[in-house]
Design a binder for this molecule. Structure first.
Ligand code: CIR
Length: 253
């Protein structure tokens, strides 16, 4: 069960965030409204939500998931592969230290963005993407092992982050799309396959037995509902324009 979430308000520079989506620029006012509803959804899941102020110098800073990994035993401040995002880390550090005594760091030449990390109990899958490199993953695995946890690397080729195409819903249930459906390391999970058209919704998020699902993906919402979960839809269309999904917008711990 999670108790807390940390989010950061989108800044006006959001419209200049990194993207390969080709869906146009986000509408800032709409993004603020959607963010507000996202916070409401987190609260509905029973979380205490810390809302950080917007950081105008970092367009992608509302995607807080990438800059820290919060485990039950320690927090890890990452070193994002995107150079324009590295400065976000020091801004999250202060709030992370409020919640954690043990704070670890990924250091150069390691690169990790925590959108590439999927937690399954005490084990952490780490996607090797354009943002997370082997050196960073090795550092992270050493940190996890120091605290009695474990990690393993997942080769990937198609997606921005590991959780762009994977979502763990607890109870051995895994949402997967594209290249992840057939990967050997995931074959022992009960996989809910997400087709290409619905691929954005593979990034749905389990929080205390409620699953946040992006609006506009009825097949995914139905499949998750049929698997026995309560579904809460959240419209994040403006964040999708920046390749951001539901998980990216919060740290949950
Ligand atoms: C980026 O490219 O870094 C942002 N525009 C989107 C980050 C999305 N984060 C995530 O998937 N964890």
């Amino acid at each position: 069960m999670f108790k807390h979430a940390i989010v950061r308000l989108p800044c006006e520079a959001l419209i200049n965030g990194l993207t390969e989506a080709k869906l146009g620029k986000p509408d800032y006012s709409k993004a603020l409204l959607q963010h507000d509803d996202y916070v409401s959804a987190l609260k509905e899941c029973g979380l205490n939500v810390t809302v950080l102020k917007a950081l105008d110098e970092f367009p992608d800073s509302c995607f807080v998931e990438d800059v820290a990994l919060m485990t039950p035993h320690c927090a890890v401040l990452t070193r994002p592969g995107a150079p324009s995002r590295r400065g976000e880390v020091e801004h999250i550090a202060d709030v992370v230290k409020i919640f954690y005594d043990r704070v670890e760091h990924i250091i150069a030449p390691g690169q990790v963005e925590a959108g590439d990390i999927m937690m399954v109990g005490d084990h952490y899958y780490i996607g090797l993407s354009s943002r997370t490199n082997r050196e960073g993953a090795n550092q992270l695995i050493s940190i996890l092992e120091k605290y009695g946890m474990s990690g393993s690397m997942v080769e990937m080729a198609e997606m921005l982050h590991l959780k762009t195409g994977l979502g763990y819903l607890e109870n051995n249930v895994l949402l997967a799309c594209g290249e992840f459906i057939s990967k050997s390391e995931f074959q022992n999970y009960n996989i809910i396959k997400i087709n290409e058209k619905q691929s954005y919704s593979a990034n749905s998020v389990w929080i205390n037995d409620i699953v946040l699902v992006p609006s506009g993906f009825p097949e995914t919402a139905k499949a998750i509902g049929d698997a026995g979960y309560r579904v809460r839809e959240v419209d994040v269309s403006e964040f999708r324009k920046l390749d951001g999904g539901l998980s990216c917008l919060s740290l949950r711990f």
